[in-house]
Every structure is written in structure tokens, then in C-alpha cells.
Design a protein around this ligand. Structure first.
Ligand code: ADP
Ligand code: MG
Length: 250
């Protein structure tokens, strides 16, 4: 589903991704762990074309993203190509970014109407279905301000899932939540993983990684230091940097 080959990313002189190679199989959950500033967000933002890679190759669903070589010159994809690729990818951020003047239901309907051009009836039916799945059957007509952080994040997930993504990216989806609300969001993510969704999840929730991840990737300073199962990377790390990190967080 995702193939990252020798990807570098620079912000000016700042070398943030230093040759990343990563394969994500369809239907698998990859959990990305690592200290703040190691490049985790940048990597998943590159996968979603929110940032443009500086060099390397990046494929999503077999199609080239990021940069394309033509007559020896690197080109950015066209806006149309980017929109097409992005339509396959759902993203959930730390901040929920819901429209404050729209109810939960309206928030989930909106992008389906604007981007997928679904009819009002079809978009509403799908929105209701997704909101039920994330456990918000009784909160559909609430505004974001009337919802807890955990409920808002579940609306954001329903909104992304209503777009029929083939890949879901999560960037610290529970980091902004009060501790007692983290579990309800992780449970919805577990259900999604069980349903066969391909997911890349940046999180510090080691329990989630142990329970759900097919692949755990530890990043530090722009490189992948170690990858494997949770049992390998979290519980039996081989590299000093990985050992130090988990010694601090566990
Ligand atoms: P992480 O998500 O692992 O905490 P990030 O990918 O957010 O790390 O950041 C990696 C590095 O890139 C940091 O040093 C950060 O300051 C820098 N960085 C991220 N985005 C930008 C940007 N848009 N412009 C300049 N520097 C950035
Ligand atoms: Mg980040």
C-alpha cells in the first residue's frame, strides 16, 4: 500500500528525513514511535503530500507520489494528480479541526459533498453510518463545543472514514486528550484495524502498539533506527537509541 524508498526531506538547511525506507502492506497497522523532532510527522505528511519530499521515491497504492523524473528533471505532481492520490488517504491529526459552526453530522457530510460530490441523501446516510460506528449515535446533532475531546476526535475519524480511504494516517490522535478520554479513541482505532484498514499511526501509546501493530518502527533524528514486531522493537530492542527511548517511556 505504501512504499518509501530512500526518501530525504530538507526544510532549508535542516535535514529532517535522512534516507527513509519503509514498506506498509495492505491491511497492516504500522506504529511509528520516536522522540519529539525525529521526523515522524514530516514522514506521514510527505505520504499525504502535505509536504513535498526532497529526493527519493514514494508510492501509495502503486502510484508514484512526491516527485517524478521527466527528461532528467524532477517535477512535482500536478494538482490533479495530488488530489487523486490524496483522495485515497484519510488523515487524523492531534487537533481535530472540526468546523465549529456545524454539528457532528454536518461535519461528516461536508467533505463528502464538496470532494466526492455525493448527493445530500447519500452523504447523510453515510455520515450517520460512520458516526454510529465510532459510538456517537446519540451525539450527531451536537456542535463541537458541546462534545468532549474524545468525541470530537471520533467525529474527525468518522469524517475521514466517510471518504472511503484505502489508507489512514494518524498523527498523535490522542496526545491532546485528557487521559480518561484516550481509551475511547484507541478502541475505535482498534476496531478499524480489525476491519482490515491499512493504518500508519504515530503515537506514544505503547500499549496500543503492542496490541494492534503488525509493524513497529522506531525513528530518531531522521532515520529509522529499528523496525520489527512490538515484541522485538519495544520489548527487546537491539540498538542503544531504541533502548534509551523505551527505558524512559515505559
Ligand atoms: P516529530 O513529529 O517526530 O516530532 P517533526 O516531523 O514534526 O518531528 O519535525 C522534525 C524536524 O523538522 C523538527 O526539527 C522540526 O522543527 C522540523 N520541521 C517540521 N516541519 C517544519 C517546517 N514546516 N519548516 C521547518 N522545519 C520543520
Ligand atoms: Mg509530530
Amino acid at each position: 500500500m505504501v512504499e518509501v524508498q530512500g526518501v530525504h526531506k530538507l526544510f532549508g538547511d535542516l535535514h529532517v528525513l535522512k534516507g527513509i525506507d519503509l514498506t506498509v502492506q495492505r491491511g497492516e497497522v504500522t506504529v511509528l514511535l520516536g522522540p519529539s523532532g525525529s521526523g515522524k510527522s514530516t514522514l506521514i505528511r510527505c505520504i499525504n503530500e502535505l509536504e513535498q519530499i526532497s529526493s527519493g521515491r514514494l508510492f501509495v497504492d502503486g502510484e508514484l507520489m512526491g516527485l517524478r523524473e521527466k527528461n532528467g528533471v524532477l517535477h512535482r505532481l500536478s494538482d490533479k494528480e495530488i488530489a487523486h492520490q490524496r483522495s485515497k488517504i484519510g488523515m487524523v491529526f492531534q487537533r481535530f479541526n472540526l468546523f465549529p459552526h456545524m454539528t457532528a453530522l454536518e461535519n461528516v457530510i461536508e467533505a463528502q459533498r464538496q470532494v466526492l460530490k455525493r448527493s445530500k441523501g447519500a452523504a447523510e446516510a453515510r455520515a450517520r453510518e460512520e458516526l454510529v460506528k465510532v459510538g456517537l449515535a446519540d451525539r450527531m446533532d451536537h456542535y463541537p463545543a458541546q462534545l468532549s475531546g474524545g468525541q470530537q476526535q471520533r467525529v474527525a475519524m468518522a469524517r475521514a472514514l466517510a471518504m472511503d480511504p484505502q489508507l489512514m494516517l494518524f498523527d498523535e490522535p490522542t496526545s491532546a486528550l485528557d487521559p480518561e478520554l484516550v481509551g475511547e479513541v484507541l478502541n475505535v482505532m482498534k476496531d478499524l484495524a480489525d476491519s482490515g484498514m491499512t493504518m500508519i499511526v504515530v503515537t506514544h501509546e505503547v500499549g496500543f502498539a503492542r496490541e494492534v501493530a503488525d509493524q513497529v518502527v522506531f525513528m530518531d533524528d531522521g532515520v529509522i533506527v529499528e523496525r520489527g514486531t512490538a515484541a522485538e522493537v519495544i520489548d527487546n530492542p537491539q540498538q542503544d537509541r531504541t533502548k534509551d527511548f523505551f527505558a524512559k517511556v515505559l
